[in-house]
Design a binder for this molecule. Structure first.
Ligand code: UTP
Length: 292
């Protein structure tokens, strides 16, 4: 049973400046819901209600979002807006959320290391706070199923076009089934030639507490940061690691183009304005002057 999840959300979001100068990228809305709420919902849908968010400077609005807002709630009650009132009550009670601050931004590995006192005795899920996966079975649930079958650390991976492997952490190994690979290699941003496959790490993990020992031994890597992929490489020398090819579509909100695509795709799935929005898109594509 995986009962805990860690959501790293302390990063600077430099790829999305200037909007991330004074607000967390994890709070960027997909239509009307902050990215991180989708991530918390994925935990809840996977049976996890104990969530540790790795927060940091300028991230207070994440805490406020999951807190109670008495004033807003009583105003909605006065207006008898039952639907919105219920939505707000759901957000504040959807999970048991804890926060810890990463004071210096030393990378994703260091962010995870901040969870050591919270998760030292049991395996836990990790979900990047700027990544949403749209899927029928929540992707964390897919990883939990693999963990229960194999009893090893599990990394979510997805197939990417071979020419794009140099943008991702790439895994290589032996196929155990058409969606599970036993790893023998993990390489951060390899060249096309170096890449053992086109399976890219997809922002979701099930980690065991052994990761904390590995992180202690991990030297600073790319960007002078403690990289989770480097710690996983060390761990791979001691124990098995499984990669599960996820069923679903991943959106990296920290990247402007992906953010736009996510917004459009999610809007086209929203009953209340899907038809109008689709018509608007078609008309706009016909008529717009493109930048030269
Ligand atoms: P990213 O590498 O995408 O986040 O980390 P970043 O550093 O904010 O991105 P850019 O490159 O500057 O735009 C993935 C997740 O890990 C968190 C981020 O908040 C994001 O949700 N993270 C990253 C931390 O919590 N701490 C870190 O030191 C780095």
């Amino acid at each position: 049973m995986i009962k805990k999840a860690v959501i790293p959300a302390a990063g600077l979001g430099t790829r999305f400046l200037p909007v991330t100068k004074a607000q967390p990228k994890e709070m960027l809305p997909i239509i009307d819901t902050p990215t991180i709420q989708y991530v918390v919902q994925e935990c809840v849908d996977s049976g996890i209600e104990d969530i540790l968010i790795i927060s940091g400077k300028g991230k207070r609005s994440i805490e406020d979002h999951f807190d109670k807002n008495y004033e807003l709630e009583s105003r909605l009650q006065e207006k008898e807006d039952e639907a919105l009132y219920t939505q707000l009550r759901h957000i504040e009670s959807m999970a048991n959320i804890h926060f810890i601050r990463q004071k210096e931004l030393n990378g994703l590995g260091d962010a995870i290391y901040h969870a050591r006192f919270h998760c030292e005795h049991e395996p836990f899920a990790v979900l990047l706070g700027d990544t949403i996966v749209d899927s029928v079975i929540p992707v964390t649930q897919q990883l939990i199923d693999s963990y229960e079958q194999y009893g090893h650390t599990v990394i979510a991976v997805e197939t990417v076009p071979p020419e794009n492997v140099s943008r991702y952490g790439i895994v290589g190994g032996e196929n155990l089934s058409n969606k599970v690979v036993r790893l023998n290699q993990l390489i951060e941003k390899p060249s096309v030639k170096q890449a053992p496959s086109n399976l890219a790490i997809a922002g979701r993990y099930i980690l065991t507490p052994e990761i904390f020992r590995a992180l202690e031994k991990t030297p600073r890597g790319k960007g002078n940061e403690i990289q989770l992929t480097d710690a996983l490489q060390l761990l791979l020398k001691q124990e098995g690691i499984i990669a599960t090819i996820i069923e679903g579509k991943r959106y990296d909100i920290g990247n402007k183009l992906d953010f736009l695509k996510t917004t459009v795709e999610f809007a086209l799935k929203r009953k209340e304005f899907a038809a109008d929005f689709e018509q608007f898109l078609r008309e706009t594509i016909e008529s717009i002057d493109r930048p030269s």
